[in-house]
Design a protein around this ligand. Sequence first.
Ligand SMILES: [Cu+2]
Ligand SMILES: [Zn+2]
Length: 176
Amino acid sequence: MKNYFAIALLCITASLTSCGTKSEEVVIAEAKLTSTADNKEMGTAKFYQQENGNIAMELEITYTARADSSVAVHFHEHGDCGNMGENTHGHWNPTKEAHGKWGSDAYHSGDIGNIQLDSKGHAVFVLMSDRWSIKDGDIKNIIGRGIIVHGGVDDYTTQPTGNSGPRIGCGVIEKK
Ligand SMILES: [Cu+2]
Ligand SMILES: [Zn+2]
């Protein structure tokens, strides 16, 4: 109890930087992820505008069937989760690069990569990028793109998919 109190106090004194940022910020876009097999909720991706012009994504996934393993996540071209996610087509690739690992020499602008799920199949993952925008007509515009959660892991090598396995989850990025 004493410890808990100390942590709470620390959060208040540290103010908005460490403990409160996400809740203070405005969500500019969001995708609700559902399982392709039975349309059950499996998470959300929330996007926040940052002061330096970047966009931050906070991705939360719960998928108990893959507890203690990793799942690959990508932005796909189309915002249509029909046909078990197949209607999203291939990876969104506005810069015409090869598929690859995020932050490497070449990768698609939605190659989020492998997300480690904990023993309950849960993960929270934050990524910030200057490769995204929500502006109409901008090639970096993420609005209307699909987000796919795969049943396997991305090998970061196989073109153009990373050989990431079946499409187990899907969502569409919508403007808030
Ligand atoms: Cu994918
Ligand atoms: Zn890719």
